[in-house]
Design a protein around this ligand. Structure first.
Ligand code: SAH
Length: 355
């Protein structure tokens, strides 16, 4: 048996069963262990009181139960949205958000350290891609934040909308999604899981074949190729028409309404004619537009959030032209909640202290 400790979080029940057998324990222990990890969110092996002391000692020696440690947290009040910065076992840092709504708790998780998509408005991409997260690191974000909820509360929905491009880390993201859904674990319904992509067509098409009813969110942000390419370099590879076709096909194949995310940047993509052009594309398809007033990022001072009037006008134009649209409730603007901002700010201040 290898000397390196094996992370339990990220293992499927089958993988855990094989691991338990490797440790020389009866197979039925795997299910108990699975529940300790994913359902009861145990922080240490000592808590696993229905496991024999000998087994716990073996786990202590050969297994890891936590993949992340809280580095900092920004939270206005204990009952409000919290943004976490976590440190991974190799020292890399990722951000996650816990949102407390009247209808339940939602989390936003990160799928990669950094990102290589290069979207001009996004703080996550300025340092490029460092590495993919494992399924365990993705799921552990949910588990770690769940421990901070009041007793009896759980996370009801998840968006893979933190830093990173999930379609570039497809297999680990899908494994994480299946683990989130396990009834003996986090037990989050597929319908309450959303994966957000900048529009990698192969991944979108592959996802449509998985036969899991999760929501697809496409970050569109512009109604035509010229503008979209200037904001999102990935548009050189997949045109607006191609990503729209893949999203519309996803809706038809799965019966799930597709979310189109549309970031609003003042004077760049928030004009009335752009709303009409967008409506022209989406009218008649199973679509919902989520308008996101730009969260200003330090690295791009020229991109500004539009006034409330301009945002409402854009929404009204979509609605009047047959497309359902909502404005994302402003959350976390004061706590660096735009992807990657907390990580960058901490890196900047730490850098400054060192020099
Ligand atoms: N790579 C995936 C998922 C991560 S980004 C994607 O592109 O969808 C999640 C969402 O946050 C995307 O819609 C992204 O465009 C948006 N976003 C990025 N920077 C932002 C900012 N400064 N303000 C508001 N939303 C932002």
């Amino acid at each position: 048996m290898s000397t390196e400790k094996r992370p339990l979080v990220g293992m499927t029940l089958d993988e855990m069963t094989a691991f338990v057998a490797e440790l020389g324990e009866p197979k039925f222990r795997a299910k108990q262990l699975f529940q300790w990890v994913y359902e009861k969110w145990a922080k240490s092996f000592d808590e696993m009181t229905n496991l024999p002391a000998g087994f716990r000692a073996k786990l202590q020696e050969h297994a890891l139960i936590r993949l992340l440690e809280e580095e900092t947290r920004q939270q206005a009040a204990p009952t409000e949205t919290a943004k976490y910065l976590f440190r991974l076992t190799d020292g890399q840092k990722v951000e996650s958000v816990l949102m407390r709504h009247s209808y339940g708790n939602a989390v936003c998780v990160t799928t990669q350290v950094g990102c290589r998509m290069g979207c001009t408005f996004c703080a996550s991409t300025f340092g490029g891609l460092v590495r993919n997260l494992t399924a365990g690191e993705i799921v552990d974000q949910i588990i770690t934040m769940s421990r901070d909820l009041p007793a009896g509360e759980r996370v009801g929905s998840v968006v893979l909308m933190g830093s990173g491009e999930p379609m570039e880390n497809y297999d680990e993201c899908l494994k994480a999604i299946r683990l989130m859904h396990e009834p003996d674990g986090l037990n989050i319904g597929y319908r309450h899981i959303t994966i957000s992509t900048s529009g990698l067509v192969e991944g979108m098409r592959r996802l449509a074949e998985e036969d899991i009813p999760i929501t697809l969110a496409l970050s569109l942000h512009a109604p035509n190729d010229e503008l979209r390419t200037s904001l999102m370099p990935i548009n050189r590879k997949y045109s607006v028409r191609e990503v729209l076709d893949a999203a519309i096909d996803y809706g038809e194949k799965t019966g799930r309404r597709v979310t189109y995310e549309y970031l609003l940047i003042e004077g760049v993509n928030d004009n009335p004619d752009q709303a009409l052009e967008l409506a022209g594309h989406l009218k008649g398809s199973l679509a919902h537009v989520n308008l996101i007033p730009m969260n200003p990022v330090a690295e791009r001072p020229e991109y500004k959030r539009p006034s409330k009037e301009r945002v409402t006008r854009f929404r009204d134009l979509l609605e009047e032209n047959g497309v359902t649209a909502t404005i994302r409730r402003e959350m976390g603007g004061d706590i660096d909640a735009a992807c990657g901002q907390l990580r960058n700010r901490v890196a900047r201040t730490r850098g400054a202290t060192r020099s």
